[in-house]
Design a protein around this ligand. Structure first.
Ligand code: SF4
Length: 341
């Protein structure tokens, strides 16, 4: 079965509740639901957490005044096309804006899509020249869109070009492909992720324990067996994973798939995504609950991307109380203890 890309195709699968606003939602962002994700959907559950991530909803047409077209300020920090230079020692490099699925809450929702801009050969050359010319850049994060949508040969060329820049120590890939289209993780694609000199780290975007189906676990095992360190990125989403049980299962499933949970992202102020957002207070309460249940290995850092391009900050719960004479420390089970300053 091919990837579903239209409202009609989703309707045929019984995944849509008819609503005149759906056409507007589909106009604002492309649709893509892979057969692997479709197979995980429970059609009997109207709030199914897999379906909600990829099937457009009428709520996407509701835009609040706080929401932004460029919620994390990529444009403000882009010195040349395809590069975002937010922190001195690292850049994002976005070779294309195509993805295997289109997540309705995406922080680059207004950029991604089949018609989304890809860098031309000359633009990619200019982006690489920028990295060459800035010896303070130590890490390059390939993102997009999904960089694994590049053909293996082009991906191998890009990794080799970055590897040839002596000051680059780390090449990081951010992708949803092993989760949503694990069949794409061929030996040829994995071989493209083997720089000779620099270290390559792989960030996997995964939001629900059900996403770690056997075929996905096998794809992640192939990456880990190839010696590629894996880390997990999860977006905290209302109605999808904003409960302790789901987050507990997700973090454990990631660790057993040899993926270290790295970030739990507070949802960004993306236009038309208010139905996915929850309060920071709620996110902190969830993190506190996880602290008492999961080992450090399974704990992600809860972060917020500060609107305007100011970068990520940890926003997890505080464990230190305010006392002039001693540190007041709350343990994982809510008990207070004093510790000398
Ligand atoms: S795969 Fe990533 S970039 Fe693509 S739509 Fe989903 S969140 Fe956005």
């Amino acid at each position: 079965m091919p990837t579903l890309r239209t409202l009609k195709a989703l309707e045929r699968e019984g995944l849509l509740t008819p609503d005149p606003r759906l056409a507007e939602a589909a106009q604002a962002m492309a649709i893509a639901l892979t057969p692997e994700m479709l197979a995980l959907i429970d059609r009997g559950d109207p709030g199914d957490p897999i379906a909600r991530q990829f099937v457009p909803s009428a709520a996407e047409t509701e835009v609040s005044p706080d929401e932004l077209a460029d919620p994390i300020g990529d444009e403000a920090r882009s010195p040349v096309k395809g590069i975002v230079h937010r922190y001195p020692d690292r850049v994002l490099l976005k070779p294309l804006h195509v993805c295997p699925v289109y997540c309705r809450f995406c922080f680059r929702r207004e950029k991604v899509g089949p018609g989304g801009e890809a860098l031309s050969a000359a633009e990619l050359e200019a982006a690489l020249a920028y990295i060459h010319a800035h010896p303070e850049i130590w890490e390059v994060i390939l993102t997009g869109g999904d960089p694994l949508m590049l053909a293996p040969r082009r991906l191998a060329e890009l990794v080799a070009a970055l590897d040839a820049i002596p000051h680059i120590g780390v090449i990081r890939i951010h992708s949803r492909v092993p989760i949503v289209d694990p069949g794409r993780m061929t030996d040829e694609l994995i071989a493209a992720l083997k720089p000779r000199r620099a270290a390559l780290w792989f960030g996997v975007h995964c939001n629900h324990p059900r996403e770690l189906a056997p075929s996905t676990r096998a794809a992640l095992a192939r990456l880990a067996d190839a010696g590629i360190p894996l880390m997990g990125q999860t977006v905290l989403l209302a109605g999808i994973n904003d409960d302790v049980e789901t987050l507990d299962q997700l973090m454990r499933a990631l660790v057993t798939a040899r993926v270290k949970p790295y970030y739990l992202h507070h949802p960004d102020l993306v236009r038309g995504t208010g139905h996915f957002r929850l309060s920071v207070d709620r996110g902190q309460a969830l993190m506190k609950a996880l602290r008492g249940r999961l080992s450090g290995l399974a704990q992600p850092t809860y972060v917020l991307d500060v609107p305007g391009g100011h970068g990520k900050v940890p926003i997890g719960p505080a464990y230190l109380g305010d006392d002039p004479d001693a540190l007041l420390i709350e343990d994982a089970f809510g008990e207070q203890h004093r510790y000398p300053r």
